[in-house]
Ligand binder design. Structure first.
Ligand code: ADP
Length: 935
């Protein structure tokens, strides 16, 4: 192999390996976000050696020492330390030349190192003597080389020290050492010659490429071990380097390789150009690390970071990461801008800026809490809550939870925190607090109210006028007030816990025991009225026994003596009233305005032939009991009373359940309460069946009497009537004779025919009147004109009037002359009055006058006044005028006026003597008008 010496090669490999370590570390830090690619500066070996580099140097069998550019030892490996008899750590910091025994060698070394640093020489070898720790001298050969970064700047010095005895032993031993070295390292070491063939690969390289050394060495690297897609590009780059020389003394890059078995692996490369003594590029020395797994880890890390960002930027909480002393903020999720109203960048730039927005009242306690954490005190389990005041004055309540992040040594390296917006929660808490306070206030008020009421109730309980006791389920007295114990108990001691029934007065024990048992079991209230003799006086008590609370009962005893006495009195009155009603056949009734409730006194039931047990009257039921012909009449009377508040008084028939028809007189009126409101209708009903029968009988007798009277009048008028009849008949006979002679003479007889016809009508009328008067007939009310009746009656007495030379004067308005009465009977009355007047005036000198006047009397009556200018009625006789069988006349019966009164009243009218007339006698007959429109 046309390489430099083994120690040169080894040296170069060491350098490359350190560089790979540095770059790997650098990449890791970039990936971890600790430094940005832009901020990445040149990485020096002296201060930034990775652990892996250390371990590699430590593992080397040759003595190696790393120094800074002044020659101060940065690191001495175990072999170096062992050679000099020092513990490894003691050598760090010492100047290398301190180890050199000869001061001339020391100076030479210093100068050489300066030259190396200034690039005046690329390497320096010195055979010299070092001191052992125990003072012995060690002959050594030291090879110095200067390490440089990518820009060519010197970074450190590396010394490989070999005991001269050993170094000079043999080249074979040196080669063996190199071989051991190659095979010890964890990296792949690979030499690719200028013809692209692999000329050297170490054991680790064979493992990485999954092949034996023989399968790799001699093969074209690009053709066999690079994936086709990258192959030509890499080959081109390689050839350019070989042909044009190294662009940079040290290069790093990553690419994929194909192992012998075809596995694709990601490799991080560091390489340098190998030159022969003449300076010709003969190949590249490559140190490679399999970063497949690391890349996967990085990929995973990236994904995790992405997930972290997604989560932290989408959750409602603010996530932050800072240094352990909070002097540096590494991460703030975007929620910071919403919570604080400041940009995240402002907080990155000034890690204390967030404090400004904390509410002054909360700031101190929050900072104290943070300080405790900074000083490693995480014992506080409470999460600080604080307010952030935004520039617009709005306030957010936040809650911070922070946690330490420890490294392997248990030191806090980071603080991580989550900040929650608890404004809503705080508002809710405030609202709940407020409601709670209100509730508490209400409870306080209610409690005091309750206490007040309880006190009131207690006072009330004691102050109740009645005796009150509470008894439990066992029948024991639980509570009692101090009122009238004598209503229940004898003189025995009354105390809570005593058995109630045992203390009771003997005479009331049994009923009380039964009632209390029932109330206990059925939980329904009951009452007992009982008499007692207290201090010689009869008293009445009423005990109300009712369920109380869960299984207790309440006994309230009151003195009802007055009520009871009133009740008894009332009953007596009621009984008397019933008796009175029974005797008078008058019942009383009441009906509510809706008509669905009708109350009847006992007598009403009797009148209607019903009993209270079998018949519960309602207004429709009541109507059903009325004779069908009278039902509408009764219903309309009741309806009018309700509508117009007009009391009614009517007579109608009812039909008892037995079918018997009874006559009743019913009165009704609206019933009002104390406030004057209408609450129903009330009234009386009287059984007038007997009276009605008597009246019928009376009417019958009156009709008979009237008939007899009419016959008597007819008898009295017979002479006049026969004259009145004879006169037209004679005239008719005379006219007939005249007609006969005129007919024989051929003369017109039409005037005579007319006269005969008029005379025949007149006689017909008289006969008709006589027939009506002679007829026996019952009362018959009709509408007729009273003036016609007067005229017709005068016609009957016309003969007497003429005979007695009585002048008849009639005055009247036909407008008010239609009456509703029995015409025959009224005409009978008029006849009687006229005849009495004629009789009275018969003894008078001539100038006799009968005056008949018809005039309205109020709205509903017509007055007929019959006056004469006779002697009049003596004052002492006026009171007896209408008394039957009282007469002043010779041959008089004395029933004319009394019968007239009866007949007029039967027609609903009235007759009376008029005492006001100056002369003669005057009688007024009042008759009901027919109807308003005809009056
Ligand atoms: P009578 O005519 O049968 O006596 P009345 O009952 O008709 O019975 O009359 C009773 C009495 O009243 C008469 O007897 C008479 O004395 C008196 N009386 C009736 N009408 C008049 C009258 N117009 N003038 C004076 N006295 C009269």
């Amino acid at each position: 192999m046309p390489h430099a010496t083994t120690s040169d090669l080894m040296e170069e490999v060491s350098r490359l390996r350190r560089r790979v370590g540095e770059l790997e570390q650098e990449h890791r830090r970039i990936d971890a976000g600790e430094i940005t690619p832009a901020s990445r500066g040149p990485v020096g070996l002296s201060n930034n050696q990775s652990d892996s580099t250390h371990s590699l140097i430590d593992a080397l069998p040759c003595a190696i020492c790393e120094c800074d550019l002044t020659g101060t030892i940065l690191l001495a490996n175990p072999a170096f330390a062992a050679l000099h008899g020092y513990p490894q750590a003691e050598l760090t910091g010492r100047h290398y030349t301190d180890l050199v025994a000869d001061h001339q060698d020391r100076d030479a070394c210093r100068r050489a190192l300066e030259q190396l640093t200034e690039e005046q020489v690329s390497s320096y070898s010195q055979e010299t003597v070092h001191y052992h720790q125990d003072g012995k001298r060690i002959p050594v050969e030291v090879k110095w080389r200067c390490q440089r970064d990518v820009s060519g700047k010197a970074t450190e010095l590396l010394a490989v020290t070999t005991e001269r005895r050993t170094a000079k032993s043999s080249r074979g031993q040196e080669a063996e050492l190199a071989g051991q070295y190659f095979n010890l390292v964890r990296e792949m070491i690979l030499v690719v010659d200028a013809d692209e063939k692999v000329s050297l690969i170490n054991q680790h390289g064979c493992q990485l490429m999954e092949a034996a050394e023989n399968d790799i060495v001699g093969r074209n690297w690009f053709d066999h071990f690079l994936p086709a897609e990258r192959r030509e590009e890499d080959r081109y780059f390689f050839q350019r380097m070989i042909q044009q020389g190294a662009v940079q003394p040290v290069e790093y890059y990553e690419n994929d390789v194909l192992t012998f078995k075809g596995t694709l692996k990601r490799i991080a490369w560091h390489f340098s150009i190998l030159q022969d003594e003449s300076g010709t590029n003969i190949g590249t020395l490559n140190v490679a690390v399999d970063i497949t797994e690391r890349q996967e880890e990085q990929q995973m890390l990236r994904q995790n970071r992405q997930i972290f960002h997604q989560i932290s930027e989408n959750i409602n909480e603010l996530l932050w990461v800072s240094s352990a002393d909070i002097q540096k903020i590494y991460y703030l999720s975007p929620k910071y801008e919403e919570f604080w109203g400041q940009t995240c960048q402002s907080a990155y730039d000034d890690p204390r800026i967030w404090v400004e927005r904390i509410h002054p009242d909360d700031r101190e306690s929050l900072l104290q809490s943070m300080n405790r954490k900074i000083h490693g005190d995480f014992s506080d389990k409470n999460f600080p809550q604080f307010r952030v005041v935004h520039p617009d004055g709005s306030i957010r309540w936040l809650e911070s939870r922070s946690f330490p992040v420890y490294n392997d040594q248990g030191e806090v390296t980071r603080l991580v925190g989550i900040i929650d917006d608890i404004t809503r929660r705080k508002q809710d808490e405030d609202a709940i607090l407020k409601v709670n306070e209100e509730l508490e206030e209400r409870v306080r008020q209610h409690t005091s109210e309750l206490a007040r009421k309880t006190a009131q109730l207690k006072a009330l309980f004691q102050g109740l006028p009645d005796k009150v006791l509470v008894i439990n389920h066992e029948g024991e007295i639980v509570n009692f007030n101090g009122r009238h114990r004598e209503y229940l108990f004898s003189d025995r001691d009354l105390s809570t816990g005593s058995k109630f029934t045992e203390l009771l007065l003997e005479e009331i024990r049994l009923p009380f025991t039964e009632v209390i048992q029932r109330v206990h079991s059925e939980r329904k209230k009951e009452s007992i009225d009982y008499p007692l003799t207290i201090k010689g006086l009869q008293r009445w008590c009423r005990a109300r026994v009712q369920p109380y609370l869960q299984d207790e009962i309440l006994v309230i005893v009151e003195d009802i003596s007055e009520q009871k006495i009133a009740e008894i009195e009332l009953n007596k009155i009621y009984e008397k009233l019933s008796e009175a009603q029974r005797l008078a056949h008058v019942g009383s009734w009441e009906c509510n305005i809706a008509g669905d409730l009708l109350w009847w006194s006992e007598e009403v039931y009797r009148i209607f032939g019903q009993t209270p047990n079998s018949f519960k009257p309602t207004y429709p039921d009541f109507l059903e009991t009325i004779h069908p012909d009278d039902r509408a009449y009764v219903d309309s009377a009741v309806a009018q009373t309700i509508e117009y508040d007009l009391p009614y008084s009517i007579e109608h028939r009812i039909i008892r359940p037995s079918g018997e028809v009874r006559y009743v007189h019913e009165r009704g009126a609206l019933k009002r309460n104390a406030a004057g409101e209408i609450i129903g209708v009330h009234g009386t009903v009287q059984d007038i069946t007997e009276r009605h029968k008597a009246e019928c009988k009376t009417q019958e007798y009156r009709d008979i009497l009237a008939h007899a009277s009419r016959l008597s009048i007819m008898g009295e008028l017979m002479a006049g009537i026969s004259h009145e009849l004879n006169q037209p008949l004679t005239a008719m006979a005379n006219y007939s004779s005249a007609m006969k002679s005129r007919i024989e003479q051929g003369q017109d007889v039409s005037d005579l025919v007319q006269r005969i016809e008029a005379l025949s009508h007149r006689s017909g009328n008289i006969v008709h009147r006589l027939k009506s008067m002679a007829e026996k007939r019952p009362l018959e009310l009709t509408r007729f004109n009273i003036l016609d009746s007067i005229r017709s009656t005068l016609q009957l007495i016309e003969y007497e009037l003429r005979q007695k030379q009585i002048d008849v004067q009639m005055a009247g308005e036909s407008r008010m002359s239609v009456v509703y009465a029995d015409r025959v009977q009224i005409e009978q009355v008029l006849s009687n009055l006229f005849i009495n007047a004629i009789d009275a005036m018969s003894e008078m000198p001539v100038s006799r006058r009968l005056t008949i006047e018809v005039a309205p009397a109020g709205e509903f009556m017509v007055r007929v006044t019959v006056s004469d200018n006779g002697p009049g009625v003596p004052d002492d006789f006026v009171g007896q005028l209408f008394t039957p069988f009282t007469t002043n006349k010779q041959g008089g019966l004395g029933i004319g006026l009394s019968l007239s009164r009866s007949l007029v009243e039967a027609s609903g009218g009235k007759i009376c003597f008029n005492p006001k007339s100056d002369r003669g006698a005057s009688f007024d007959v009042f008759l009901p008008c027919s109807e308003m429109d005809e009056c």
